[in-house]
Design a protein around this ligand. Sequence first.
Ligand code: ADP
Ligand code: MG
Length: 778
Amino acid sequence: SVIAERVLRRRSLHMHNKQLDWQESPEGQRMLEFRKKSSLIIKREHITELLFSQNQVVVVSGETGCGKTTQLPQYILESEIEAARGAACNIICTQPRRISAMAVAERVAAERGEKIGESVGYKVRLEGMKGRDTRLLFCTTGILLRRLLVDRNLKGITHVIVDEIHERGMNEDFLLIVLKDLLPRRPELRLILMSATLNAELFSSYFGGAPMIHIPGFTYPVRSHFLENILEMTGYRLTPYNQIDNYGQEKMWKMQKQTLRKRKTQIASAVEEALMAADFKEYSPRVRESLTCWNPDSIGFNLIEHVLCHICRKERPGAVLVFMTGWDDINSLKDQLRAHPLLGDPSRVLLLACHGSMASAEQKLIFDKPEDGVRKIVLATNMAETSITINDVVFVVDCGKAKETSYDALNNTPCLLPSWISKASARQRKGRAGRVQPGECYHLYPRCVHDAFADYQLPELLRTPLQSLCLQIKSLQLGSISEFLSKALQAPEPLSVQNAIEYLKMIGALDESENLTLLGRNLSMLPVEPKLGKMLIFGAIFNCLDPVMTIVAGLSVRDPFLMPFDKKDLAESAKAQFSARDFSDHLALVRAFEGWKDAEREQSGYEYCWRNFLSVQTLKAIDSLRKQFLYLLKDVGLVENIESCNGWSRDEHLIRAIICAGLFPGICSVVNKEKSISLKTMEDGAVLLHSSSVNGQETRIPFPWIVFNEKVKVNSVFLRDSTGVSDSVVLLFGGNVSRGGLDGHMKMLGGYLEFFMKPELAATYLSIKRELDELVQR
Ligand code: ADP
Ligand code: MG
C-alpha cells in the first residue's frame, strides 16, 4: 500500500502540474480571467475551509449565474489536487436534467483545458463520457439513485454535490432522504447542497443545522410588461374567436366564463377565478375587447411572434430569451418563426433552441455574443430559469407555463401537461434579463393571472399522486413506503400514504407484504396514474390498444367535449350522437376522436370540432399523448412493433371490460326504477350522473353496474363520466381476486350479485379470474 500511495501522489502531482501549465497558456489565461469574475470566488477559501473541517454537510446558496455549478465542484477538485489528493478524490455532482449534466461537464472540462472524459466526465441515462482518471463526475440525480441501488454506501466517493435543490424535484428530495441515512455510515463523506434561492435554512435544519454559505449577487432592474400593457404598447389584437389558430376555443372560453359566473361552483381554478373577477375597466376598449379573447389554455404563437418582432424593430440591442413549455412547442414555434420575413432572416436574427440533444457547437452559440447587428433569440424550457445562464440576455418573453418535471426516476420521461408557474418562477424568469444591464420582461398573461399564481411551487413529492410515488419507492427498493416517506423534508399525510398502499394492493400492484408485483413493476414504468397504466397494460395484452390509448389519453388530458352554458342542449345532443346508445362516455370519446382524425385527413378538422362542440386543442393533445404511450409501451416491452398498430381489435365488449379493469373500484350499482334510476356507490350511498354524461339523460340503463373515473361533490355527488358494465365483467376484470377471493370480492360489491353466489358458478368464475390475474401479472 506504500507503493499504491506513491503512485497516487505521483498522479496527483502530475494533475497539479498539468493544470499550472494550462493556466500559463493564452486560452488558459482567458479562462482564468473569466473564472475570477465569478462572485463565488470571494468565498472560495471559506468554502474549502468548511469542507476540510468537521462539517459533513454544507449548504451553499446564491443568485443564479454566480458560479455554483461550474466553479464550486472545480474548487473542491483543485483543493484536493493542491493537497496532493487529486488522484484519490471522487466527486459526484448531480443535476436534475440530463442536458445540464452534459453541458456543465463540457464547460468545466473546457475551463480546465481538457477534453471531456479526462478529469471531468458526465453520465446520464444511456450515455456517458467518463475515463479512468475522471475525478469529477456530473450526472443526473436519477443516475446516482440507481447507483445507490447497487452500492448502498457509495464506496470510494469522497464528495457528493446535489445541485438545484431549491427546485424540490422528487428525485432530489428522494436522494436527500437516502443520503441522510448514509452519512453516519460514511463519516468521511462530504455532502454539499446547492440552491439558487434563499430557503437554505430548510435544508440546513434538515441536516441538523449544517453551516450555510450565501453568495451575494447582483442583478440590474428589469421592467415587467403584462399582457394588457403589451397589447396597449404594440397595438396587437388577440385573434378574435372563430378565426385561425384555436378556432372555436376562444368563443368557448368566453361562454365558459359566463357559465362559471352563473353557477358559482368551485370548478374554476385560482387563475380562472382571478380572470373572472378582474376588472379591465382601466384599459382602453380595444385592449378590453382583446383580453376577452385571451385563451389561458393555449400558448399564442402569433402573440410571441408579434412580441419578438416588436423587440427586433423597436428595442435596443440585446439577446432575447423565450420561455416555452416543452420541446414540441419550441420546435413548432421555431418553424413558424423561420417563415417570418424578419425573424427568419439569418442576417438579422440568430434563432436558437436550447435543448437536450444540442450539439456542443450549437451550445456554444447560445453563450457566445452574435455578430454586430444580429439579434440572438433563444427558445428555451424552464431549464433556462436556473440551470443555464446566458449572460447577454436583455429581453425575456415568459409564456407563464411550464411542464412540471417527471416523477419517473428511472426513465426520466417527461410529465405530460403544462401548468401555471409560481410567482417565484416568474420572478426568476424575469431576473434573467438583468445580468449585464437593465432589462425588460414580457409576461404573456394579464397581471391578475400573475397575482393568482402560487407563491412557490409545491415540492414535487407533495404534488405527485401518492399511488405513483409509492410504486416509485418500491421500484427503487427503498424499503417500507411509510417509513421512507416519513423521513422526507416535507412528508405527505400518513393516512393518505396508507390509503395509497391499500389501493395498490387492491389493484394487484403490491402483494400483501408490500412487495412490487410484476404488474406493479410495469405500472411504475408508465408515467400515468396506476389506474390508467393498468388500462394500457390490459389494452396491450388483449390487443386493443388503439381505442384504449385514446381513452387513457383523454382521461389524463381533459374532456374534449365542450359544454357552453348558453348552448348546453345543443352541445349535449352533439355529444349524444357519439354515444350510439352504448351507455359509455369513454366509447363516445373514442368515436369523437376517430371522427376528428378522419375529418383531419380531409382537411376539415376545424369544422368538425366546431359542429360537434369539441376542443381542437384537447384532441391534438390526446393525439400526441397516444404517440408517446406507444413509445413508452415499446420501451417497457409490451408493444413489439409500433408500425403494426392497425391490426388492433376494437371489440366494444372487450374495451368495456378493460375500462372496468382500470377504473375499478370506481364503481356504482344501477337499479332501474319505474320513473328514475337509482345509483349507489359503497362510500357515498346515492349518487347522480352529471348532465354532461351521455348517460345523464337516460331513463333506463341496461347495465347492473357503472364504472367511472371521476366524481365531484357539489350538493350531491355527481359522476362525471361513466361506462355501463355487466356482472361478469365486474367479476372477471374488477380488482384482484387474490385479495379475499371471490367471497371478499363480492362482499366488496355490496352483495348485489346474488346470482353468482351459486356455488358451482362461483367456483368457475373464481378459477377464470385467477387465471386472468395471473396472466396480467406475467
Ligand atoms: P450557477 O450555477 O450559480 O447558476 P453557473 O456556474 O451555471 O452559475 O454559471 C456561472 C457563469 O458561467 C455564468 O455567467 C454563465 O453564463 C457562465 N457559463 C456557464 N456555462 C457556460 C458555457 N458553456 N459557456 C460560456 N459561459 C458559461
Ligand atoms: Mg447552477
